[in-house]
Design a protein around this ligand. Structure first.
Ligand code: SF4
Ligand code: SF4
Length: 164
């Protein structure tokens, strides 16, 4: 098992444990609030990009073209929030779900203790005390592990490397 696959397995285990004790957890197919409101262009390590690229090249060509256009549009965007270029907006689902970056796997289940990192739906439940017993994953630990994988680049930079 390589380092990224091991990290995914650790995240999956934490996610499963949270979901097991909270069977009505909001993160599920069709919930795309976070994918529609990214605070910044995602950054990926090379290992994450290689996995994502495998997923992208397996998509039908017309979808690949659409995603490339979305990425080009990102480089010119000035809006506060970013819609992920890999999101199928009509269905609210990720087109590269099995190949998605680590941040997508942890969001909704991991927190940075000084920042929160909750989406609004989860924050409402945290604030109301409903989720007080949840043992959240530690995003700082994930970030430290990812930094040991090597440098990260913006998604737009990775695309530029393979499309130029
Ligand atoms: S983090 Fe929030 S918006 Fe994203 S999938 Fe989970 S509940 Fe939905
Ligand atoms: S890669 Fe998939 S899960 Fe991650 S933000 Fe984009 S659409 Fe959402």
């Amino acid at each position: 098992m390589n380092k990224l696959t091991q990290l995914h397995a650790n995240i999956d285990s934490r996610v499963a444990s949270i979901r097991e004790n909270n069977t009505d957890w909001q993160c599920q197919m069709g919930c795309d609030g976070c994918c529609n409101r990214l605070a910044e262009i995602p950054r990926l390590t090379m290992a994450e990009w290689n996995l994502l690229h495998n997923g992208l090249t397996a998509l039908p060509l017309e979808i690949q073209q659409e995603i490339i256009q979305n990425v080009v549009a990102l480089t010119e965007q000035t809006a506060q929030f970013i819609v992920c270029p890999m999101l199928d907006k009509s269905k609210g689902i990720c087109r590269v779900y099995d190949h998605r970056p680590v941040a997508c796997r942890t969001y909704g289940y991991y927190v940075q203790h000084d920042k929160g990192l909750y989406c609004n739906d989860i924050l409402d439940r945290v604030t109301s005390g409903v989720l007080k017993d949840v043992v959240w994953g530690n995003q700082n630990t994930i970030d430290r592990q990812l930094s040991s994988f090597g440098d990260s680049k913006d998604l737009t930079e990775w695309f530029a490397i393979v499309t130029n």
